[in-house]
Design a protein around this ligand. Structure first.
Ligand SMILES: Nc1ncnc2c1ncn2[C@@H]1O[C@H](COP(=O)(O)OP(=O)(O)OP(=O)(O)O)[C@@H](O)[C@H]1O
Ligand SMILES: [Mg+2]
Length: 320
């Protein structure tokens, strides 16, 4: 059990009660599956997922687990966030580590995005949002950082890709041009831009069109471009809020492979409603419900033998 997570494996009945509104169960959403999903073999080793197998939804294949020893980069301590009277995150303590992917799962409205947005202080921009507890980056309180520097170190990607209305090259170079007082030349930017495109798994598809408008790319390519834009400024933590929910299965698979390949250098937190995706990419999983962290642990353990009743119901598709 993680020493940071007293909630590993269960709820804490001693907590303060939440507001009446917050105690209402979330709406039940059931998805009717007309045809059973087809399990497919994983693509051959060395392939980037563009094999014919990738034409169907990614299988439940687990990606290889991280081999390196994870290093804690961020940590929340009894983090609570309220929007006015509404408590969205309730006393959550979590460790975010380089060397692994942490998936935040839970039904709609349980506080996943709020928790994620608090990590680089985006939540501070919401009028009426109040934060309690502590958030640390490498042991230092995030409130002590210059916020621009903090957001460079802790990058974030949203559900809808949001490339800027400029060329592919300029999108990736954007953060590099903003950094420092002396503007780098295009020539100086070429190496870091190409490297970021490679790391985001996009270079081969755009290498001949770097000056084409980014908005002409497909949704999956746009999302990988946004990953490249984030990577160009070398973040240490990357927060991904449902990054594949607007994408097709092939783009999803490419992005999942990119995420997994980045985790040795960058601490990654991904919010997803797609439990199969969480099983494929996550090393650790945190299950939230109505603002509470209900269960935290290794992905195999949380999905294979959840301790809390709520987690069991959620991962078995009972609600959410
Ligand atoms: N700007 C805001 N002002 C007021 N309440 C908010 C605001 N943003 C979120 N909330 C409330 O906080 C709670 C948590 O919302 P949040 O967006 O963090 O949930 P979520 O788990 O990300 O949900 P989803 O899975 O639907 O994205 C919800 O009850 C939501 O209505
Ligand atoms: Mg959300």
């Amino acid at each position: 059990m993680d020493p940071l997570s007293p909630l590993d494996g269960g709820t804490d009945p001693m907590r303060e009660p939440m507001t009446v509104a917050a105690q209402l169960p979330p709406p039940v959403r059931r998805i009717v599956v007309e045809t059973p999903p087809t399990a497919v073999s994983p693509p051959p080793p060395g392939s980037n997922g563009h094999s014919p197998h990738a034409m169907v939804a990614p299988s439940l294949r687990r990606m290889p687990r991280a081999q390196t020893t994870p290093i804690e980069r961020m940590r929340t301590e009894a983090l609570s966030i309220a929007y006015g009277e509404k408590l969205a995150v309730n006393q959550v303590s979590l460790s975010i580590r380089q060397g692994e992917v942490l998936a935040l799962i839970g039904p709609s409205g349980c506080g996943k995005t709020t928790l994620l947005r608090s990590l680089n202080r985006l939540v501070d921009l919401t009028p009426g949002a109040i934060r309690g507890g502590r958030i640390l980056l490498d042991g230092e309180d995030v409130d002590s950082f210059d916020v621009t520097l903090l957001r460079r170190r802790v990058g974030m990607l949203f559900q809808q890709p949001n490339p800027f209305p400029m060329s592919i090259f300029d999108n990736v170079a954007y953060g590099l041009r903003e950094r420092g007082s002396k503007k780098p030349s295009r020539r100086q930017l070429e190496t870091p831009v190409i490297e970021a495109l490679h790391r985001a798994g996009l270079f081969e598809e755009v290498k001949d069109n770097l000056d084409h408008p980014a908005l002409a790319l497909s949704g999956g390519q746009q999302q990988r471009l946004c990953i490249a834009r984030s990577l160009a400024i070398q973040p240490e933590v990357l927060l991904l809020d449902e990054p594949c929910s607007a994408l097709d299965p092939i783009s999803t698979q490419v992005i999942e492979e990119t995420i997994v390949s980045l985790r040795t250098e960058i601490a990654i937190v991904i919010v997803t409603h797609n439990l199969q995706q969480a099983q494929r990419v996550a090393d650790h999983v945190a299950f939230m419900y109505l603002g509470d962290l209900i269960e935290y642990g290794e992905a195999e353990r949380v999905f294979g033998s959840p301790v809390a009743e709520r987690t069991r119901e959620y991962v078995s598709g009972g609600f959410g």
